[in-house]
Design a protein around this ligand. Structure first.
Ligand code: FES
Length: 102
């Protein structure tokens, strides 16, 4: 095993846990579509290899979902839907500007 630093400037985790209505979960808010939308936006900006979007399982704040977490910045968005991803995108833009010295 090796221990390394993350290769990404920003790793975006989108919870896609789906409890199929038994209890609230992030998939209730169509989080898989949020993930696809964010992936597309970051790819358009040419950030492949710098910004990574991954789906993940439950992050523990299910009642506030859909949840999106930016690592290693420790920024957390709740209630993210396809209609309000602008705030997430703006935040990642700001992170990338800071990283690129812009
Ligand atoms: S189901 Fe997404 S945080 Fe628990």
């Amino acid at each position: 095993m090796e221990k390394n630093s993350s290769p990404y400037v920003c790793h975006v985790f989108v919870c896609v846990n789906d409890r199929k209505g038994a209890r609230k979960s992030c998939a209730d808010g169509n989080s898989p579509a949020v993930k696809q939308l964010l992936k597309g936006e970051f790819k358009k900006r040419g950030w492949t290899g710098k910004v990574r979007v991954s789906h993940c399982g439950c992050m523990g704040l299910c009642m506030d979902g859909p949840n999106v977490m930016l690592y290693p910045q420790r920024i957390w968005f709740s209630g993210v839907t396809e209609d309000n991803t602008d705030s997430v995108i703006r935040e990642v833009e700001s992170i990338m500007e800071d990283h690129d010295g812009g």
